[in-house]
Design a binder for this molecule. Structure first.
Ligand code: MRU
Length: 346
């Protein structure tokens, strides 16, 4: 069955990525032919969002194997694996996808390996979409009726194999008739909320109001938010969650105002090997992403900058983690272990 994915298209001998750096102003597709191209697209944010990064890395490795033809083996693919693994450090989905492909390729070589990796990349892509549809339903059931939901960054079809995680919950709630409004934080410095989340929601006529990130506390204090729903890049074994910078502040605000704070992610975002959030590598990106907006200087050229792309929200601030296989309420080491044991992934 062809995969109906708005941002990632597999064409058997190359990959097309909707270049998210230009949205919503221009729709441009980027053609990817090998692992280096896939790694570059991930590093430079043409494709972003934890599940989409994992899917792209899987296709990138498959393309490399197909290009190697009869010479393909896990040994000859080693440099490609290293290039892909070095593209971005925080989202575990990237490493999860590469490991899944390596496990599968262990007994294969040559053209058969390339074909098998391509099939597996398609499965990862398709499975992610199915996971989002399922977790969307599970998460929508947690929202109050007629909810006004605050969300951060972009966790929609652009960031995944389709439908979305936090935005998948929002989409499902809208289709189910119990969502009143989405409030999208703009998400400095890359503006995924302003550029991508609004674009996705407006295409489906889902009511969305864009706010500056700094408006979140005022809106909650004014009683204009019923729940906060966000995605995740890596969830540690105790439920601590790395996500887009600013998420931690939203969780603190939600707790102060007595609002549910819901994390949505596929099971592939769980990292059982990471005991707690303290060990998660937080990507630091270039200074000019903060000094400039849309290429235009904003701050003095030499101004020192600190630009962490993610932060970690302690599990104690999270009301529930929603995945395709269930809801972990009040996550902690015991409840996450119980969830993982049902998946055979402890
Ligand atoms: O830097 P980005 O845009 O890749 O960060 C994206 C996020 O933090 C998302 O919330 C997360 O990856 C989940 S996407 C379904």
């Amino acid at each position: 069955m062809p995969i109906d994915s708005p941002a990632i298209r597999w064409l058997d001998d190359h990959l097309l990525l909707l270049d998210q750096r230009h949205l919503p102003l221009r729709t441009e597709w980027l053609a990817i032919h090998d692992a280096a191209g896939a790694a570059g697209a991930i590093r430079d944010m043409a494709v972003r969002g934890a599940p989409a990064i994992g899917i792209t890395a899987a296709y990138g490795l498959a393309l490399e194997a197909l290009g190697l033809g009869r010479r393909a083996s896990l040994e000859t693919l080693r440099p490609a694996l290293e290039t892909l693994a070095a593209s971005r450090p925080t989202a575990v989905n990237l490493f999860w996808a590469l490991e899944r492909l390596q496990r599968l390729g262990a007994d294969l070589e040559g053209e058969a390996l390339g074909r098998r990796l391509a099939r597996e990349a398609e499965s990862i892509h398709q499975d992610d979409q199915a996971a989002n549809l399922r977790l969307g339903e599970l998460g929508a059931a947690l929202l109050p009726h007629d909810a006004r939901v605050y969300t951060h960054c972009n966790t929609g079809a652009l960031a995944t194999g389709g439908h979305g995680t936090a935005l998948g919950i929002i989409r499902s709630a809208w289709r189910g008739g119990h969502l009143r409004e989405v409030i999208a934080g703009e998400t400095r410095p890359w503006l995924q909320g302003a550029r991508l989340t609004t674009w996705e929601l407006m295409q489906e006529n889902i009511p969305v109001t864009l706010v500056a990130d700094s408006a979140a506390g005022m809106l909650m204090a004014a009683g204009r938010v019923d729940a906060v729903v966000v995605g995740a890049d890596r969830i540690a074994a105790n439920g601590d969650t790395a996500n887009k910078i600013g998420t931690y502040g939203l969780a603190v605000l939600a707790r102060h105002h007595g609002l549910p704070f819901i994390v949505a992610a596929p099971d592939s975002t769980l990292d059982p090997a990471m005991t707690d959030g303290g060990g998660i590598v937080i990507e630091e990106r270039a200074a000019d992403e903060v000094r400039r907006v849309g290429g235009q200087p904003l701050a003095p050229e030499q101004c020192p900058v600190y630009n962490p792309a993610f932060d970690v929200t302690p599990a104690a601030l999270i009301t529930a983690i929603v995945t395709e296989s269930g809801v972990v309420h009040s996550p902690d080491a015991a409840s996450v272990a119980e969830h993982l044991s049902r998946l055979n992934r402890r």
